[in-house]
Design a protein around this ligand. Structure first.
Ligand code: URA
Ligand code: SF4
Length: 208
């Protein structure tokens, strides 16, 4: 027997102001209670970078450092991204960086906060913010870093392993896909994983 659960529709939609600019979106996102993740996290971590921008990159959700500092990709994944950008000759200051989910999801183990992957329902709840970021940033290419971001943009049945390094057309968007920098950080063969990631970034850059 399935256990009885109360299900509640969760969405950021009611917190998203219509047709507003980036600054208004960001401040509204700081008040979002669209799913439960705001309860334990320190703050909303909204996307950052030039508006508009030719290139947007979408990660999964903020990590421990991002939650503490309020900025995207400032922890270990961000350091890896910086190294990979340097190797692929991409300039971070020209890229709009954001996440599929705007609050840190974690479990506590002693004093440590361990990242947890957001559920599909949380990704769907948070999507209105990403949709609005795409509207104001008007990127020529949206690069999804990892499966959570790729499924957020391309749908839940999307298989990253079959398409990494590719650019797909999706609902008037050009969407590139590659792995998440944290997967590179954790890879058994770091050099191989790093080189493959840089190769993807170079290929995606060429399609700009
Ligand atoms: N991982 C992400 O997906 N995004 C961040 O901002 C940091 C780590
Ligand atoms: Fe709102 Fe997204 Fe935070 Fe959930 S994760 S509270 S939908 S901003």
């Amino acid at each position: 027997m399935p256990s009885a659960r109360t299900s509640r529709t969760v969405s950021a939609a009611q917190f998203v102001p219509e047709g507003r600019n980036w600054a208004a979106l960001r401040s509204a996102a700081c008040e979002c209670h669209g799913c439960e993740l705001y309860q334990e996290a320190t703050q909303t971590v909204f996307g950052e970078g030039p508006v508009p921008a030719r290139l947007m990159m979408v990660g999964e959700c903020p990590g421990d450092r991002e939650d503490a500092e309020g900025h995207v990709f400032v922890g270990p994944a961000g350091r890896l991204l910086d190294k990979a950008f340097a190797a692929a000759r991409l300039d971070r200051s020209e890229i709009y960086l954001t996440n599929a989910v705007k609050h840190f999801k974690f479990t506590e183990r002693g004093k440590r906060r361990i990242h947890q992957q957001p559920r599909r329902s949380e990704v769907v709840a948070c999507f209105p913010w990403l949709r609005e970021e795409i509207r104001v940033v008007k990127p020529q290419l949206v690069v999804c870093l990892g499966a959570v971001a790729a499924k957020a943009v391309l749908g839940p049945s999307f298989k990253l392993t079959e398409h990494r390094g590719e650019v797909l057309e999706h609902e008037d968007l050009r969407v590139g896909v590659t792995v998440h920098p944290s997967a590179v950080v954790r890879a058994e063969n770091f050099t191989e994983a790093f080189d493959a990631f840089v190769k993807d970034l170079k290929a995606l850059k060429k399609s700009l």
